[in-house]
Design a protein around this ligand. Structure first.
Ligand code: FDA
Length: 392
């Protein structure tokens, strides 16, 4: 069987690239090592798939080249994926901050992508573990690509690599994309877990482990970046959307600064004329604004307390810039995505094709473009896939 393009990996990016190329009449072979396509889509967004974000802008993505993603994101927008979702009569809602979720289940998104693949005559082979890739000519820059699985060799003049990153090895992340990049001389930016919980150590872990399960809306800052969302205490450290977001920017050993009450005063009641100024009043003031266990824990950590105007001002300031010094992150096992990856300098921003290897494309999470939490990573998967699928 002759194909115009082989796509490695039937995740969000591979499926979308297959649809776009197939619709243009390209003969597409999609190879997936798992027995099911789109496994990460199925578990995403708590099973409801946060499939895009209405406010997706280039600023929502990290990359060594912040301009790289602009072209693809402009040519496949949230409106495009919404139109596809609506074509398939999938009900959706905006949860918060522009995040769009299925009302029903993430299965519907996978079913939608598979229906579109079938309509575009894409041939999908599941259980096809791609072990190696070469070029028929022996020259890395010309000739058909040969993709070898455990049982067959497939041939096509174009190859799109959509094998994702290193996050969640249990779900089949393989790092094949990076190995192939090395083989073809394509540079890779150092990879690291992103959108990942952070781990506390020593006395900090001991003190805050007592708060496991407590969450609060906060503003968290690392360097020049801040996010205002919920923080969640875990038995090993910190998680919740605020921490997942800042984890993409945090570089150890810099401290994180947490504002427990953004834009609000916590100790104002103690500063009123004739107000009581003692430990009980301080606990009452903090408990009025924060979960009681958190309020008590913060005051314990700040003790011994003093109640002069100056001391109260200092404590107020500390409660708006509470330093944590994580000792690390929870690693790829718990990371939603992999930051870093295929160096965008090596790719065309219009098509995702490697500048030095005609016919070879990288898309999705494998590329050094990483979205914030909230539907941005799928938007990048759709957009980079559409760019390649329309060009190949
Ligand atoms: P993806 O990893 O999805 O697909 C790669 C595919 O390649 C896999 O199917 C894999 O089996 C296959 N493959 C690998 N090696 C192979 C080989 N050797 N041969 C053949 N096939 C191979 N994002 C978002 O925007 N909204 C959300 O709600 C969520 N939620 C979420 C929850 C959880 C728990 C995680 C882990 C991640 C998210 N994400 C998310 C992130 C999102 O899932 C991620 O960015 C995309 O799935 C990336 O899509 P890709 O297609 O690039 O890789």
């Amino acid at each position: 069987m002759d194909y115009d393009v082989i796509i490695l990996g039937a995740g969000a990016a591979g499926l979308m690239a297959a649809i776009e190329a197939g619709r243009r009449g390209r003969r597409v072979l999609l190879l997936e090592r798992a027995e099911r396509p789109g496994k990460k889509i199925l578990i995403s967004g708590g099973g409801r798939c946060n499939f895009t974000n209405l406010h997706a802008r280039p600023e929502n993505f990290l990359s060594a080249n912040p301009h790289f993603a602009k072209s693809a994101l402009a040519r496949y927008t949230p409106a495009d994926i919404i139109a596809l979702v609506e074509k398939h009569r999938i009900a959706w809602h905006e949860k918060t901050l522009g995040q769009l979720f299925c009302d029903g289940s993430a299965d519907q998104i996978v079913a939608m992508l598979l229906a579109e693949c079938a309509e575009a005559n894409v041939r999908l082979i599941l259980g096809a573990d791609v072990r190696s890739v070469s070029r028929e000519s022996g020259d890395t820059t010309a000739g058909n690509f040969l993709a070898t699985t455990q049982s067959a060799v497939h041939r096509a003049p174009a190859l799109i690599i959509a094998t994702g990153g290193l996050s969640i090895p249990k779900m089949g992340a393989t790092g094949l994309g990076y190995a192939l990049a090395r083989q073809f001389g394509i540079p890779i930016r150092p990879t690291r877990p992103a959108l990942v919980p952070l781990v506390l150590g020593g006395a900090e872990r001991t003190r805050f482990a007592a708060l496991t399960g407590v969450s609060a809306p906060v503003r968290v800052t690392a360097g020049k970046r801040s996010f205002t969302e919920k923080l969640l205490f875990t038995h090993r450290g910190l998680s919740g959307p605020a921490i997942l977001q800042i984890s993409s920017y945090w570089t150890p050993p810099e401290p994180l600064l947490v504002d427990w009450a953004p834009g609000r005063s916590l100790l104002a009641p103690l500063l009123a004329p004739n107000a009581r100024r003692d430990l009980a009043a301080a606990h009452a003031a903090l408990r009025a604004a924060l979960p009681a266990r958190l309020a008590d824990c913060l005051l314990d950590a700040a003790s011994p307390l003093r109640f002069t105007n100056q001391a109260l001002d200092d404590l107020e300031r500390r409660l708006h810039a509470w330093p944590f010094t994580p000792i690390g992150d929870e690693g790829y096992d718990k990371a939603e995505v992999t930051a870093g990856g295929i160096d965008t300098d090596a790719l065309s921003a219009q098509t995702m094709e490697c500048r030095s290897v005609p016919g070879l494309y990288f898309i999705g999470e494998a590329v050094d473009v990483t979205g914030h939490l909230g539907g941005f990573n799928f938007q990048w998967a759709w957009a980079s896939a559409a760019a390649a699928g329309r060009a190949v």
